[in-house]
Design a protein around this ligand. Structure first.
Ligand SMILES: O=C(O)CCC(=O)C(=O)O
Ligand SMILES: [Fe+2]
Length: 341
């Protein structure tokens, strides 16, 4: 399976948010076209400077450089916040991703998930400020996506209100461990196995050179988890935000906008792959628990934000249970591990 991947050089649409108010119709048309086809696009001239993005990457590095004993005081929880290490089993691989991640939210879900200020001075304030900047970009995209579907401009913005105490939106800091280019990497090693995201829209921040992200757009996917299909490498470019449609927007648009499979490939070929540590940051726009979700054509029954996220968790657990039943490889404790975004 590992060495049978097919590749194609698909071009990722690049959308500028420059002069947003005057160019909103053009931007909407570009976004809708990208959402209806690949479900992936790059956003440029979005208003967050490279300096600001780099500064938040440095905050992530500060956090991950702490001893595990300190990070484990803010463990991942069912609030979808906190730190995990090599603990997220993807249904597509049945293996834990070889990474660590720390999930941050705005509201009460973070009650036990922030480290004390003295442990990491300035981290909380800087991270929240960065999250608000990512949210401002998200809101512009949400206005266009709502327009494209014939909803009121503020329809998705209201459903993703970060001032609501029941906000579920997440900034996930990620760190994939460096690998030795000389040693053989086991076939069971995955940086991030193929998956789609659950939420409305994900904004992904990457650093140039730290490659590995690959996409497999939904309309090309014929197998359940995108395995064996055609992948496209997404090379990180300074300042570009890579956005992908999540499952929530796919159902909320009656399947018009496509949620795309993606993964972070494990480096295997020293001639072309990047074996160093990879840091990335994913901003997952998730609905407030109380909002009501249904597309304009009412293809699917109404569900609340809370029900939607709960169902997504259950689906992943069911896939893991099925894998365990067929090959018996997963220890029962693993089923209690993460099946997050
Ligand atoms: O690290 C990346 O580039 C991708 C992360 C991702 O897809 C996820 O955490 O959902
Ligand atoms: Fe993802």
């Amino acid at each position: 399976m590992v060495n049978q991947d097919k590749y194609s050089n698909r071009t990722i649409p690049k959308i500028s948010l420059h002069n947003f108010d005057t160019r909103i119709d053009t931007i909407t048309a570009e976004l809708v076209a990208a959402a209806e086809t690949d479900g992936f696009f790059a956003v440029v001239e979005h208003g967050i400077s490279w300096r600001e993005i780099s500064a938040q990457f440095r905050q992530a590095e500060r956090f991950f450089a702490l001893p595990d004993a300190v990070k484990s005081t803010v463990p991942f929880s069912r609030q979808n916040t906190g730190w995990e290490k090599a603990a997220q089993v993807r249904p597509s691989t049945g293996q834990p991703d070889q990474k660590e991640s720390y999930q941050l939210q705005y509201g009460p879900a973070m009650r036990h998930a922030w480290l004390p200020e003295e442990t990491l001075p300035g981290f909380r304030e800087a991270s929240l400020a960065f999250m608000r900047k990512a949210h401002a970009v998200s809101e512009k995209l949400m206005i266009c996506l709502a327009r494209g579907l014939g909803f009121d401009d503020d329809y998705f913005v209201r459903a993703h209100d970060i001032a609501d105490p029941d906000t579920q939106t997440v900034l996930r800091l990620l760190h994939y461990f460096a690998l030795d280019p000389v040693a053989r990497v086991p076939d069971t090693h995955y940086r991030a196995g193929a998956h789609t995201d659950w939420g409305l829209l994900t904004l992904l921040f990457q650093r140039p050179g730290e490659s590995g992200l690959e996409i497999c757009p939904g309309r090309d996917v014929f197998t359940e988890f995108g395995l064996g299909d055609t992948w496209t490498k997404v090379e990180p470019v300074e300042g570009e935000i890579i956005c992908n449609i999540g499952d929530l927007l796919m159902s909320w648009s009656d399947d018009r906008f496509k949620s795309a499979f993606h993964r972070v490939k494990t480096p295997r070929d020293p001639a072309v792959d990047y074996f160093g540590p990879r840091y990335s940051m994913a901003y997952f726009n998730q609905p407030v628990k109380s909002c009501q979700i249904q597309g304009p054509l009412k293809k699917y029954p109404v569900v609340s934000g809370a029900e939607f996220i709960h169902a997504a968790i259950q689906r992943n657990y069911a896939a893991l249970e099925a894998r365990k039943a067929t090959n018996g490889e997963l220890a029962s404790e693993e089923l209690g591990l993460l099946t997050t975004t």
